[in-house]
Design a protein around this ligand. Structure first.
Ligand code: C5P
Length: 221
C-alpha cells in the first residue's frame, strides 16, 4: 500500500545541532532546533522505513518508532552515522558545527584577574554528508540540507556536487524568515537535473512530502 512505500528499506537521519566543548562546562553551538530532521525521521518511519536518527542535543522528544542515538559532538555524530551503514537512504539534516576547539580543556578554564582571555584555537570538523556521499557503502539515496542566507540556488548546487549528494534541500535561514527554530519552512530542491521550489509549509508537511519524494526514487529496482 501507498502508506508503506518504504517497508524493507533502512534510513539514517541526522538532526539538531552539535555541541563542541570548550571545557567541561562551555561549548560552541548553533540555533538548530532539530524540528525538521526529527520530522523527516518520523515521516520516513511512517512510510515503513527502519530509521536510525542520530541527534545532537535538542529539547524535542525522540520520534516514536525511530531508533534515536543521542550524541553531542560532530565526531560522535560521524561515528554513529558510519556505524549505522549500510542503509538505503541517508538524510543529513543536522547543523553540524563546522569547527571544534582544537584541544578542549579537561578542567574549567578559570578567569585570570586582569589578564586577557586565552584565544580559542579552532579546527575543522569532519563533513559527515561528504563522507557518506563518497563512502564505499554509500546509500542509494543521499540527501543533504543547505542552510543559506544568500545565493541559495548557487550554493546548493555547489554543495550537491562537492558532497556527492543526490539531492540538496536548500533553505534561506536569514533571521527575517523565522525558519531556524520556527515551525514552518520554504525549501528548494536541487538535483543534477533541475531545481524546484516548494511553497511555504509546516516542517511536518515538508518532511512528509520529502519522504514521498525519496520513496518514489528508492522504490524503483
Ligand atoms: O556545508 P554545509 O554545512 O552548509 O552543508 C550542509 C549539509 O551538510 C547538511 O546536510 C549538513 O547536515 C551536512 N553537514 C555534515 N557535516 C558537516 C557539515 C555539514 O553532515 N560537518
Amino acid at each position: 500500500p501507498q502508506s508503506l512505500m518504504l517497508s524493507g528499506k533502512t534510513a539514517i537521519v541526522t538532526s539538531g545541532p552539535t555541541h563542541e566543548p570548550i571545557d567541561p562546562v562551555r561549548y560552541i553551538a548553533n540555533r538548530s532546533s532539530g524540528r525538521q530532521g526529527h520530522a523527516i525521521a518520523a515521516a520516513l518511519s511512517r512510510l515503513g522505513a527502519k530509521v536510525t536518527l542520530v541527534s545532537g542535543p535538542v529539547t524535542i522528544a525522540d520520534p516514536a518508532g525511530v531508533t534515536t542515538i543521542h550524541i553531542e559532538r560532530a565526531e560522535e555524530m560521524r561515528d554513529a552515522v558510519l556505524a549505522a551503514l549500510p542503509a538505503d537512504i541517508a538524510v543529513m539534516v543536522a547543523a553540524v558545527a563546522d569547527w571544534r576547539v582544537a584541544s578542549s580543556a579537561d578542567q574549567k578554564i578559570k578567569k585570570q584577574a586582569g589578564a586577557a582571555p586565552a584565544p580559542l584555537e579552532l579546527t575543522e570538523n569532519p563533513d559527515i554528508l561528504k563522507t557518506v556521499g563518497h563512502h564505499p557503502n554509500r546509500p542509494r539515496l543521499v540527501v543533504g540540507f543547505a542552510a543559506e542566507t544568500q545565493n541559495v540556488e548557487e550554493n546548493g548546487r555547489a554543495k550537491l556536487e562537492r558532497k556527492g549528494a543526490d539531492l540538496i534541500v536548500a533553505n534561506d535561514v536569514s533571521p527575517e524568515t523565522g525558519i531556524m527554530g520556527g515551525s514552518r519552512n520554504t525549501v528548494r530542491l536541487i538535483t543534477t537535473s533541475g531545481s524546484e521550489v516548494w511553497p511555504e509549509m509546516d516542517k511536518d508537511a515538508v518532511a512528509m512530502k520529502l519522504a514521498h519524494w525519496i520513496a518514489e526514487r528508492v522504490e524503483k529496482p
